[in-house]
Design a protein around this ligand. Structure first.
Ligand SMILES: [Zn+2]
Ligand SMILES: [Zn+2]
Length: 330
């Protein structure tokens, strides 16, 4: 009475239709739209630190609060500009393993996620500037999106290790990228411990919000307002006030033209504080092999030049790229 399959110890499972699970209740209206766009784990602390700025009217003011603000602002803007951007994203100079960890740690204290996440997103920006795939183009989407919307969106959670393979061999950087919140938390706790509520508000809360918005201006303002020296495939622009606030990042059209340069201010009046500081560090032997644009690159694709006009009109082919013009050179 038993089939051969049962005698051999095997049981033939009949193929049954899968039971249909009841559909999860779906949020409606604005809540659904916001949930689809924003990652609330990113949004709530970001909103919270903005609201906390109001505390400046309620804490006791001391004159030392202003230099404290300027110090925590400057160190972190410098680490983002000269470190996360020019070093980790573009490899525009070389340094030692210990110093790269120092700049990665100071930059992480800006609470803009870790160095590998930050630089990976930035490489995506250069790969698709103002095209589909650019994480924060004000041309493809909106100014709000380019400034803060993309940071808060749920699509920008994990580090893109495909973009950052060249840094994969440093376990300390991978660790810092994973626990990127630790330096920022230590800064906040340290301000509170050593200087009380005044230091917490000026040295951490106000300073962090200021660093957020000057950094984000590079993505929003510098693709909309300013002058263009070079014909590039995107809408990047040179903006003097963003350059001053970000220690050199506002010379963004120059940067899109020659991305692996440690120097982004190309004219004498284009002040680039990060480059000046990197120069000083190179004299001290802390960094070395600073990349510079070649004289030929500075003449190439100049807007208004006869050669560029001919290239744009299709009369002559565009000159070939030089070896170190790659955004990801290294
Ligand atoms: Zn850009
Ligand atoms: Zn860049």
């Amino acid at each position: 009475m038993f089939s051969d399959d049962l005698r051999k110890g095997t049981i033939i499972q009949p193929i049954l239709p899968r039971p249909t699970l009841p559909a999860a209740p779906r949020p409606h209206g604005l809540r659904r739209a916001a949930g689809a766009i924003f990652n609330w784990i990113n949004v709530l602390p970001f909103l919270g630190i903005h609201v906390a700025c109001i505390a400046v009217f309620f804490v006791e003011f001391h004159w030392w609060a202003i230099p404290l603000f300027l110090t925590t602002y400057s160190l972190r803007v410098w680490a983002l500009t000269a470190g996360f951007h020019r070093y980790f994203a573009h490899r525009a100079y070389k340094t030692s393993r210990w110093f790269q960890f120092v700049i990665a740690t100071i930059g992480s204290a800006a609470i803009q996620k870790g160095p590998m996440w930050w630089a990976g997103e930035h490489r995506q920006h250069h790969r698709h500037s103002d095209q589909d795939g650019d994480p924060h183009s004000p041309i493809k989407k909106s100014v709000f999106w380019a400034h803060i919307g993309w940071i808060l969106s749920r699509g920008n959670g994990d580090t893109d290790w495909n973009e950052m393979k060249d840094w994969n061999k440093f376990p300390e950087l991978k660790w810092l990228d994973r626990f990127h919140w630790i330096p920022g938390a230590l800064l906040g706790v340290g301000c509170w411990y050593f200087g009380g509520p005044t230091a917490l508000v000026w040295g951490f809360v106000l300073s962090t919000v200021a660093v957020y918005h000057v950094t984000f201006c590079v993505n929003s303002v510098c693709h909309l307002f300013g002058y263009r020296r070079f014909e590039t495939t995107d809408r990047s622009r040179n903006n003097w006030w963003v350059a001053l606030l970000t220690f050199g990042e506002g010379w963004h059209n120059n940067h899109h033209h020659y991305q692996s340069s440690a120097r982004q201010g190309f004219a004498w009046y284009e002040v680039d504080i990060s480059y000046m500081s990197l120069k000083v560090l190179s004299w001290l032997g802390i960094v070395w092999d600073l990349r510079e644009p070649t004289p030929r690159a500075l003449q190439k694709n100049l807007i208004g030049s006869a050669t560029t006009a001919k290239v744009l009109d299709g009369q002559i082919p565009a000159p070939a790229a030089e070896p170190n013009e790659s955004p990801l050179a290294g």
